[in-house]
Design a binder for this molecule. Sequence first.
Ligand code: NAD
Length: 496
Amino acid sequence: MTVDVRTARHPFLDGKAKRMLIDGKWVEAASGKTFDTINPATGEVLAAVAEGDAEDIDRAVAAARRAFEGPWAKFKPYERQNLLLKLAALVEAHFDELAELDTLDMGAPIRRTKGGRQRALGMLRYYAGQATAIHGETIENSLPGEYVSFTLKEPVGVVGAIIPWNGPLGATIWKLGPALATGCTVVLKPAEEAPLTPLRMGELCLQAGVPPGVVNIVPGYGETAGAALARHAGVDKVAFTGSHLTGQKVVEASAGNLKRLSLELGGKSPDVVFADADLEAAAPGAGMAVFANSGQICSAGTRLFVERRIYDEFTERVAAYGRSLRVGDGSDPQTEVGPLVSEAQLERVTGYLATGRQEGARPLSGGERLTEGALASGYFVPPTVFADVRDTMRIAQEEIFGPVISAIPFTDIEEVIRRANATTFGLGSGVWTRDVGKAHRLARAIRAGSVWINCYQAMDPAMPFGGYKMSGYGREGGKQHVEEYLNVKAVWIRTA
Ligand code: NAD
């Protein structure tokens, strides 16, 4: 069924307050409190949502522990695989509805959220495949006497999953997929700005037959529900996606029981354009490396290094591309750039636009909030390209998380490698060149978890994604992701 998202009529938005999922049941917050989630394109309230806090996290962690130690522990890999395949079939059947919910709750253009179909289904089916591919090793030892030594892989236990708002469906699948594949149980804390799709995914999990307590979903604020989950002694691992500042708090909170962590954090990724590149492809490529999702992508290529002899021409091309993009309500199928997620995010991004100008950067496109007509009630910032940016400016150092490119000229390859790496982050990176030698050199020299050459943001469920340096540790996607949810046990048997 296709839903008219422009009028916010959506089957999930039935006017009732959304409850949280604990132990297979939809319940109110223990405090009875709710918070509103709003449509950032219009400022309208979409739904009231149960506001979880420490008490609800306690209830959910207890349910997850019971489930982990209960019948779920006896599920065979094939049965977990089957559950993931059923969940994938349900997500496929309801995909448009899920995409529309993402668009309503966090603003991304509907053509972007609907375009994520293959990726969402591919991820779930990839994890389904991984469920039957978990194995230890038999390892030859050199002990005198006769010993057999081998390893077992076991689920780490109760996982606290904390996600941001910039891709709620994808983030939910990235947390639930490996947990279900490995036999862990989960307490998922969605972002307060966009809790609706994770809650709808909770319904689909139950429909797929996920046993009570295996998946719990507790919406609420970061400082309350999130912090309670991060410090909870009953949680064995936290899988966190969000900003590096919150990531640092999660690390501190984890110390109480030394829980395992994986951290997918922010970035200030370099995107390097050499004069020998296919500039026809590189201009929109470098533009969308930042303008997609209104720049609210952790690995956005926001530091655009352009070889000096093409700097003026190329930056103008990217700015022209930015000006050509249609900004508007994400639920309009023509929209290419939607609103920012919230008023707070709008203030943050417009603050950086002012800082950029004060520091002496020159906006070639955008640079101001849009307030004309229907855009007035939403949080709209147009694609912005700042020229004359120096490495030391704040707009070249700090993550803005908006559609803002800081364009910086460079002269030679050694210099650009050094400057590309002169950041505390290391998440994504891009290189545009026709010279295969340069491509290989940069692929090795850039200190970041992903290097995209003559493309940007290519992703596949089988490929790992994650950070170097302050962009975090651990990987999501690929075999490495599943390993993050497993413990390795060494078993020794003396046979004589
Ligand atoms: P955020 O760090 O403010 O919030 C992320 C999540 O953490 C939310 O659910 C929030 O409620 C929770 N939280 C907040 N304070 C907490 C605390 N003290 N303890 C525990 N949890 C807490 O980030 P955001 O603004 O929602 O998202 C944007 C950030 O996320 C950006 O920095 C972006 O780069 C990053 N991000 C990274 C990836 C990745 O895969 N590397 C993906 C998406 C977003």
